[in-house]
Design a protein around this ligand. Structure first.
Ligand code: SF4
Length: 428
């Protein structure tokens, strides 16, 4: 990897483009494009992120290390069962690899009953042991913000229980359902929207509940799309998952199955060749995953995403916008461009919802819009997700789009492009 030098033509070009970003902001202000100017001004990094991806940015990946597990043989390290068995669950476990702050210690104790902590050695090894602001650490180790309940926080922020006709099924939209098949995950994300039940083994889906969910889907011919979710369905054994997917496939009106899993991020070893072959029997099957930062973009994760794509298991990424993790356009952009290279399509950028105990992760909507404005243009639309707010209480996903339209009447629409240049188009 070579940093551009001052006599490097690449550096000269970047400097020129930085000037053009600054002049574009000035142009927005002088021409009275208040929304655009504000969106540019929210985050200086949004402007930096407008620079084209050069070779340096393109090659930035998270590097997996083995931390204290350096002597663990490859065969064990790459065995997902070993990873599951050796998860870190206690303060003592974590302190073997991370210098915890007093606040983190208090938060681990304070959240133990409500939402457990667990990390695979693989994901834990991505943490910077000395940096409390490490974006991987922020997603996996509790902080005291989790103990705060803000006015307006909701235990079920998306109204998933409200739209639950039978236990384990949320049927909110006409043609699709969410099917919760487990409440376990390899790593418990501190920003999880389902803290009310995920990580609680007593709330796991029983055999009868799964049968009830399948019966509901079979009895509703309007359901053509099933999102198999949880928890993380990849915590089930291959045999169990195979049976479940086969049962769904046997329902004639189920056209599409989507598997919602964070295992490509937290335990990519879970996708063995045999597992991927089993999944590929149930096409059309899509995989929805959840990368939030380029530090999670490791060689192991790349191998998994590519292996899934090779078997036609198209992946889509559902990133959550999180303060202190990825609330900079450059982070979102690098992560998304990397995902595209692994044939995983950036699909959604979610505004963090109103789940209790995650208020410290929330990013102002205006900053989210600034990130979206900085993404559109410099990189392919393939790398630009849809920014959405999942409406509190179960209203569904509402797209949030930067304001490109300056005016609209019966004759014409006036708008600005990604560079702030003004254009007109006939209204009819
Ligand atoms: S993997 Fe998904 S369900 Fe599990 S803790 Fe993370 S966000 Fe929640």
């Amino acid at each position: 990897m070579t940093e551009p030098t001052s006599d490097d033509p690449c550096a000269t070009r970047i400097a020129g483009e930085q000037r053009s970003v600054a002049s574009r902001h000035a142009q927005f202000v002088s021409e009275g494009h208040e929304v655009a100017a504000r969106e540019f001004a929210v985050s200086p990094s949004a402007a930096v992120a407008e620079l084209p991806l050069g070779p340096v940015a393109r090659d930035v990946l998270g590097q997996s290390s083995r931390s204290i597990w350096a002597d663990v043989p490859d065969a064990l390290w790459n065995d997902w069962r070993w990873q599951q068995r050796n998860r870190l669950r206690t303060i003592a476990d974590i302190e073997a690899i991370v210098r915890l702050t007093e606040g983190e210690r208090r938060a681990i104790e304070g959240t133990a009953d409500a939402f457990r902590m667990a990390l695979t050695p693989y994901y834990a090894a991505l943490i910077d042991p000395d940096d409390p602001a490490c974006p991987v650490r922020a997603q996996a180790i509790p902080v005291e913000g989790e103990l705060v309940r803000q006015p307006g926080d909701l235990d079920d922020p998306l109204g998933e229980e409200r739209f639950m006709p039978v236990p384990g099924i949320t049927h909110r939209y006409p043609d699709r359902v969410l099917f919760y098949v487990t409440h376990n995950c390899p790593v418990y994300c501190r920003h999880c929207t389902r803290k009310r039940k995920v990580s609680d083994p007593t709330s796991a889906a029983a055999h009868d509940q799964l049968a009830g969910g399948l019966a509901y889907i079979a009895a509703h011919p309007e359901v053509r799309d099933v999102l198999v979710s949880g928890g993380d369905p990849m915590t089930l054994s291959d045999d169990r998952l195979d049976q479940l997917l086969a049962a769904l496939r046997a329902i004639p009106h189920v056209e599409v199955i989507r598997l919602c899993t964070r295992n490509p991020v937290t335990l990519p070893q879970r996708f063995t060749d045999a597992t991927i072959a089993m999944l590929a029997k149930h096409h059309p099957l899509f995989v929805h995953t959840h990368f939030n930062h380029w530090k999670e973009c490791t060689p192991e994760a790349a191998r998994t995403l590519r292996a899934l794509a090779d078997r036609g298991l198209n992946c889509a990424n559902q990133m959550v916008l999180l303060k202190g993790v990825n609330d900079e356009a450059d982070i979102v952009r690098r992560t998304n461009v990397w995902l595209l290279r692994q044939r995983c399509r950036p699909y959604y950028l979610f505004q963090a919802d109103l789940a209790t105990g995650i208020s410290h992760f929330r990013v102002p909507v205006e900053k989210g819009l600034a990130i979206m404005r900085a993404l559109r243009g410099p990189v392919s639309g393939m790398a630009v997700p849809t920014y959405v707010i999942d409406a509190p209480g179960g209203g569904g996903k509402i797209p949030m789009v930067p304001d490109y339209v300056e005016s609209r009447d019966d004759e014409k629409v006036v708008f600005t492009n990604w560079q702030g240049d003004r254009y007109e188009y006939p209204a009819r």
